[in-house]
Design a protein around this ligand. Structure first.
Ligand code: SAH
Ligand code: F3S
Length: 433
């Protein structure tokens, strides 16, 4: 009889995909089948995130909880970015853990579960060309990795130290995954990488790819069954005219762009090693708004990076108010091991950091409050992908707004026109027309 697997996934979409890859490997020959109940699992996997300090601290309290409730003899594995950077230390702090499997090593999951103790955290291990089995938590939207790792080394970011250098997945593998997902009913493809619009720079085993990111998008869009293409994260530095042109003109590419700003201050951007200035970012965003007024723009912002003055912070507010992002993900700076900014001594006081975060979020809420009523009575094409409580079904517009209508399974996987009857900040309610 197949054993049972419980998996908890923290962090970003790449972790979600890594979890799907591990589930697929463990499903082979029905070695393990998924359960939603950790208490009945024979194997508990925690796929961790280390981008900020909080989730790392949470890991050990969570292991403690699992140990209290797990079935006798059940194994525990810690995977992902925190596994990469803490490695052996996880065994020291939690000796009951059976294996530690770093991001970029997830193809070794069957080897890990077969042993009593296993550690694989080599961030140079190259599994970019590994053909994982097929498993998707959401059959309507297919996540596909197009590159692993990141070469950018932004001063605040631990990712290059947990996911290694950037390697592009061969385009043949990506296209065959897209076709397989399409055959299984996915109409939407979500391409993943830390720096997607740098795609094609370095292939496994050296050499350059035939395609750059814009060409990859064009190829995927030729597959008939695929109606929507999304991607995350692009880097503002690589948003050249060719990329903006393909983004604007290809009808299958969803009109929602993520432009991670991080800071609006040119001085801070320089220390962060982001490679662009405030003016460059504004010019790219304004060009996009001019080319495609209906597109939405989302962003990531860090407040209180070491040395951030009040003026630097006001530059960030200024960019936010000029671009009027439809969505922001904002964070207080968190010093991370192995990063260059962790050595900086000019830290911003935590009270000031919290205040800045609140100011930024309040100002953004005010922008949304001005924007939201304008959605009233508008008609959007919505791709439905999730059942919600109270007889509602949710989907997304091309601009990535969440829309809910009354309905059920009959709408899942369908694209329908919806008229918005009750726009709210986070959800637009409407009816199919
Ligand atoms: N490659 C992705 C970044 C992944 S990390 C990108 O360019 O979008 C996701 C986000 O977490 C980053 O964009 C950044 O805003 C935030 N982040 C990363 N390191 C951080 C840190 N040390 N403190 C606070 N936020 C951080
Ligand atoms: Fe991190 Fe910068 Fe890469 S934010 S993932 S080092 S682009």
């Amino acid at each position: 009889m197949a054993k049972k697997l419980f998996i908890e996934t923290l962090g970003c979409a790449m972790n979600v995909r890594d979890s799907e890859h591990m589930i697929a490997e463990l499903n082979r020959d029905e070695l393990y089948l998924l359960t939603k109940d950790a208490k009945e699992a024979d194997l508990i996997l925690i796929n961790t995130c280390s981008v900020r300090e909080k989730p790392v601290n949470k890991l050990f309290s969570e292991i403690g909880q699992f140990l209290k409730h797990k079935k006798h003899g059940a194994k525990i594995g810690v995977c992902g970015c925190t596994a990469s950077h803490l490695g052996e230390e996880i065994f020291k702090r939690a000796p009951e853990v059976n294996f530690v499997l770093g991001a970029r090593n997830v193809s070794k999951i069957r080897e890990a579960v077969a042993k009593d103790r296993f550690l694989a955290i080599n961030i140079n291990y190259d599994e970019s060309a590994y053909a994982f089995g097929e498993f998707r938590q959401n059959p309507y939207k297919a996540y596909i990795n197009i590159s692993i790792g990141c070469d950018k080394k932004c001063a605040f970011c631990i990712v290059p130290h947990t996911r290694g250098e950037e390697i592009s997945v061969p385009h043949e593998l990506i296209l065959s995954e897209v076709e397989r997902a399409a055959k299984n009913g996915a109409k939407e493809i979500f391409l993943l990488g830390q720096n997607v619009n740098n795609y094609g720079r370095r292939l496994s085993g050296g050499g350059k790819n035939k395609f750059n990111f814009s060409q990859l998008l064009t190829h995927i869009s030729k597959i008939d069954e695929i109606k929507r293409i999304r991607f995350t994260s692009p880097h503002p530095l690589h948003m050249d005219d060719e990329f903006l042109e393909v983004f604007s003109s290809n009808p299958k590419i969803c009109k929602s762009m993520h432009m991670p700003l991080q800071s609006g201050s040119t001085d801070i951007l320089k220390v962060m090693k982001r490679g662009y200035t405030k003016e460059w970012f504004l010019e790219r965003a304004e060009k996009l708004r001019a080319m495609l007024p209906q597109a939405s723009i989302s962003t990531d912002i860090i407040v209180a990076f070491p040395g951030e003055s009040e003026r630097d912070f006001m530059d960030t507010v200024d960019v936010m108010e000029k671009v009027r992002f439809e969505q922001i993900f904002s964070f207080k700076y968190s010093a991370r091991p192995l990063t260059t900014s962790a050595q900086m001594t000019n830290r911003v006081d935590d009270t000031i950091a919290s205040m800045r975060l609140k100011i930024l979020q309040d100002k953004h809420a005010a922008i949304l409050d001005e924007m939201t009523p304008s959605y009233m009575d508008k008609i959007f094409e919505v791709y439905f992908e999730e059942l919600r409580d109270n007889g509602l079904v949710a989907g997304r517009t091309s601009q990535n707004s969440t829309v809910c209508v009354k309905g059920g399974e009959e709408l899942l996987g369908k694209i329908r026109n919806v008229k918005i009857t009750q726009p709210q900040r986070l959800i637009l309610y409407g009816q199919v027309v």
